[in-house]
Write a new protein. Structure first.
Length: 321
């Protein structure tokens, strides 16, 4: 299991400010206190086998640690054994997590049949886009980023759906991306994406509590969420077309039709920039290497666990005869 080494300067009981580094859940810890009197150094590693606790002393998983620390900063406290080794990491402040999830729902699928959060943004051509201006239309939204191989792999299917409805004024396709304009432009040169793309859409994704990519949301003409599809799904074009057709038929008095939120026979695997990814031998795969391997070879992505029960995504190479 790969780990990262950290150094604390000073002989004191340190409080640490955690600054996010988007790199598969590995973080840079910087001492927030002044250097102590002795100037001694303490070194420690953090990996998926580190013991993490909240401020009440409850154990939290490495996945939860990654999720909580995806905000702008946290006060955490490393606790050491008498021999100087790291005993545990305590997160003293988790209030920033609520800023990432401003709405009263824990995950995007909980929005089905409810009124979605309002959004306002500018698309890649600097045109204003808002949910208020799209009332009475079916709005098809894909949350994505260019370094997400499953997001890119499904683009031909999404373009097929787009072409099916591109002349229908009642259907709008939006693609909020975590990337900046230059990254999107480079991605589109390799994999043209016909949706109306919204760059730097982190706030948009936070409003919808997007925890993994790709995530699709379909809003119907009634103004409620018709369906949510998360993760890798080989039938995404069929599912989106079905949700769009259902959404176009909506009237204020319609009863929900309970569309499936995913293909029933397929496992949902969602990727985000903090995902912990391992190979078939359980060895940690850095995110950049993961992207390279996915682009060069054929891999299945599977939900798995490491030796201590933390959730990881396993890459398994597909051998074809």
């Amino acid at each position: 299991m790969e780990s990262v080494n950290y150094v604390i300067l000073g002989d004191f009981k340190p409080k640490i400010t955690l600054i996010k580094l988007i790199h598969i859940g590995l973080f840079l810890l910087i001492a927030a206190s002044a250097i102590g009197q002795s100037g001694a150094q303490k070194q420690f590693d953090i990996n998926s086998q580190t013991v993490f606790k909240d401020k009440e002393g409850n154990l939290i998983s490495f996945e939860t640690f990654n999720e909580w620390t995806s905000g702008n900063g946290y006060d955490i406290e490393p606790i050491f054994n008498e021999d100087g080794s790291l005993k545990e990491i305590v997160i003293n402040t988790i209030s920033l997590n609520t800023a990432v999830r401003p709405n009263e729902f824990a995950s995007t699928p909980e929005l089905v049949e409810k009124t979605p959060p309002r959004f306002e943004a500018f698309d890649i051509q600097n045109r204003f886009v808002s949910l208020d201006n799209l009332k009475g239309k079916v709005v098809v939204i894909k949350f994505w980023f260019a370094a997400c191989p499953p997001c890119i792999k499904e683009i031909p299917q999404l373009n097929k759906v787009f072409r099916q409805y591109e002349h229908n004024p009642d259907v709008v396709f939006l693609a909020p991306s975590l990337d900046d304009v230059a990254t999107i432009a480079a991605s589109n040169q390799r994999n043209p994406f016909l949706y109306n793309i919204i760059p730097r859409a982190q706030d948009f994704a936070h409003q919808y509590n997007v925890l993994g990519y790709p995530t699709h949301v379909v809003i119907n003409k009634k103004g409620t969420v018709e369906a949510v599809y998360q993760g890798v799904n080989h039938r995404i074009d069929e599912l989106l077309s079905g949700a769009i057709e259902s959404g176009l038929r909506r009237t204020p008095n319609d009863r929900p039709q309970h569309l499936p939120t995913s293909a029933p026979t397929e496992e949902v695997v969602m990727i985000n920039p903090q995902s912990v990814i391992v190979d078939a031998q359980g060895i940690l795969v850095p995110f950049e290497k993961f992207v390279q391997l996915m682009n060069e070879g054929d891999y299945d992505l599977l939900n798995s666990e490491d030796l201590v029960g933390n959730k990881v995504i396993m890459m398994k190479e597909v051998i074809r005869n």
